[in-house]
Structure formats: structure tokens, C-alpha cells
Design a protein around this ligand. Structure first.
Ligand code: C5P
Length: 298
């Protein structure tokens, strides 16, 4: 008996970041959009908790108990008085350490899969609660679609989306550490009064209308300057994507993946081809959103 769950990646169409809080986290106005790049998490009974992973970047995925998928299984088991003896296999297609919530996706996927395997019958609210304990982006991986995340990003309000958006993701060589990017944000803003993060109404309207030109005009990421400061070559990728005909480009979350919004699927294919040939990224992938959140396959 095994259970497989498919979980999407995300892009932040707005990431407004406030000043550092006493707990080290930052208050956010974080507009998430799930996109159709997926990891698949399969769980099956085993003698003890273990993780395996395959896919092009599998070598970069930690297979110990720091992996969010392992932590998800442990947390659910603990709450229900079970032993977390499960083999978790991750078929990885989301860029690793790329700012697309790949690790969070695996956490949400393992949680949903273990819930089904063990017949835990946890409510949606309990699952979301465990997700929030695992990490700021994990609840959204479970939810999918589009949502506004406040607090450290874990308090979600689902958003209306009036149509599909076509994206190209330029995957960089190597990852960026999320804490390092937030640390650089703090360094760049030292002595500056950082305003309260607020969701942009024109951006929410553009999402609700399904209007790519209007969304392109309102995309923003307050972590972009920090990601560019740590990885200046991302400026070349951003320039290559816009020169190739994207409506707009931005760093995805804490990076280093860059995301390009295009007018339609044909334009996305062209931009991906040009980016792939530009020598400014490791590869370019097309994906559209909104995509469905974590769901069981079969
Ligand atoms: O919540 P998560 O474990 O994914 O966060 C990883 C790191 O990113 C945190 O340790 C923190 O350095 C930074 N972070 C932050 N503010 C947030 C979310 C994450 O400073 N709202």
C-alpha cells in the first residue's frame, strides 16, 4: 500500500517585506500563485523513517530528518501517537533552493500522504496548523491556487483569479539560502524605517481579472534587491527575459529562480527558448498558474 500526493511550486507575484520582528521573522504581505511545476511525494510503510529522492537535482536534497517531508511525518505521527515508520519518496521536479517553495511542497505532500496512509483523519485546519509549524510557505503548498499570506506568510486568505497566467522560470546554477537573503534585506535596510507590508489593490484586481498586462505592471518583490546583491548575475537573466518579449520579470521569492510573465502560452515558449539559449541561466521552464494545491493521485 502506498499513497502519492502531487504538490505545485509557487511564485510570489507580490512579496512586501516589513522590518525584522523580535523573533527574527519578517511580517509579509505575500501574494502567492501556485504554478504547474510539481513534486510527487509517495509514502509507504517501512521499518523506520527514511527518505529517497530522484530527479535531476536530487543530489542537492537533504535525505536526513531536516527534510521538511520527514519533519511533517514526525509531527503528524507525534500528534496521533503513532510511530513515523514510513518510506518517503520524492520525485523532484521543482528547482531546489530556488525560491519556488520546493521544500515546502514536499512537507505539505508528505503530510497529506501520511494522513491518508495512516487513516489519521486530520481536519483541514489541523493539517494547515502543522504546515504553519513546518515553515512559512508550507500552508500555501497545501492550499494552492492563489492566496494572500500575512503574518510571516502562513496566515492565508484565498484569492480569486480570473484566468490562467503563463510564466517562464529561469533556473539558476546553485541555490540561495532563504535566511541569507532575508539577512541581506536587513543589512540593505539598516537604519531605514521599513514600512508595514501591504497588499497592492491594483495587483489583486489584475489577478481577479486574469489580466496579464495589468499583473505585469504591478509585480513586485522586496527581496529582489537582496537576492541581486548576493547574486549580481541575476540582473543579466532578468534583462535577457524581458529582451526576449516577457511582459515583466522578477526574482521568485528569495531566488535565485527568476520568473517571467508572458502574454500567452506561445510567447512563453518563445521566451523560454531565448532564455535557454542566452547563457544567463541553467535552464528555462514554462508553467502556468493558478495550479491546484496538494492533491492525492490515483
Ligand atoms: O519559515 P521558514 O522556515 O521557511 O523560514 C526560513 C527563514 O526565512 C527563516 O528562518 C527566516 O530567516 C526567514 N524568514 C523571515 N520572515 C518570514 C519568512 C521567512 O525572515 N516571514
Amino acid at each position: 500500500m502506498s499513497v502519492t500526493v502531487r504538490v505545485p511550486a509557487k511564485v510570489n507575484v507580490q512579496l512586501a517585506v516589513g522590518g525584522a520582528r523580535p523573533d527574527g521573522f519578517h511580517d509579509l504581505a505575500n501574494v502567492f500563485l501556485a504554478v504547474g511545476l510539481y513534486d510527487e511525494v509517495t509514502v509507504s510503510p517501512a521499518d523506520e523513517l527514511r527518505i529517497t529522492c530522484d530527479g535531476p537535482d536530487a543530489g542537492q536534497v537533504p535525505l536526513d530528518r531536516t527534510n521538511l517531508a520527514a519533519r511533517a511525518a514526525q509531527k503528524l505521527a507525534e500528534r496521533h501517537g503513532l510511530a513515523p515508520d514510513v518510506h518517503i519518496h520524492i520525485a523532484k521536479d521543482i528547482p531546489v533552493a530556488g525560491g519556488m517553495a520546493g521544500g515546502s511542497a514536499d512537507g505539505a505532500g508528505a503530510l497529506l500522504a501520511c494522513d491518508a496512509l495512516w487513516g489519521t483523519g486530520a481536519s483541514r485546519a489541523e493539517l494547515l496548523d502543522i504546515c504553519a509549524e513546518l515553515g512559512s510557505d508550507v500552508p500555501f503548498s497545501l492550499l494552492g491556487g492563489a492566496a494572500l499570506g500575512t503574518g510571516r506568510g502562513e496566515k492565508l486568505r484565498p484569492l480569486e483569479v480570473g484566468g490562467g497566467f503563463h510564466w517562464v522560470f529561469a533556473v539558476a546554477d546553485g541555490g540561495l539560502s532563504t535566511p541569507a537573503v532575508y539577512g541581506e534585506f536587513d543589512r540593505l535596510n539598516e537604519g531605514v524605517e521599513v514600512p508595514e507590508p501591504v497588499a497592492s489593490q491594483p495587483l489583486l484586481d489584475a489577478l481577479a481579472k486574469g489580466d496579464p498586462a495589468a499583473l505585469a505592471a504591478t509585480l513586485s518583490n522586496d527581496l529582489q534587491a537582496a537576492a541581486l546583491s548576493l547574486r549580481p548575475s541575476l540582473a543579466d537573466t532578468l534583462a535577457a527575459g524581458t529582451a526576449a518579449g516577457a511582459l515583466a520579470g522578477l526574482v521568485s521569492g528569495s531566488g535565485p529562480t527568476t520568473a517571467f510573465l508572458t502574454v500567452d502560452a506561445a510567447s512563453a515558449a518563445k521566451v523560454a527558448e531565448a532564455l535557454g539559449a542566452s547563457g544567463t541561466c541553467r535552464m528555462a521552464r514554462v508553467a502556468s498558474g493558478p495550479a491546484r494545491g496538494a492533491c492525492r493521485l490515483g
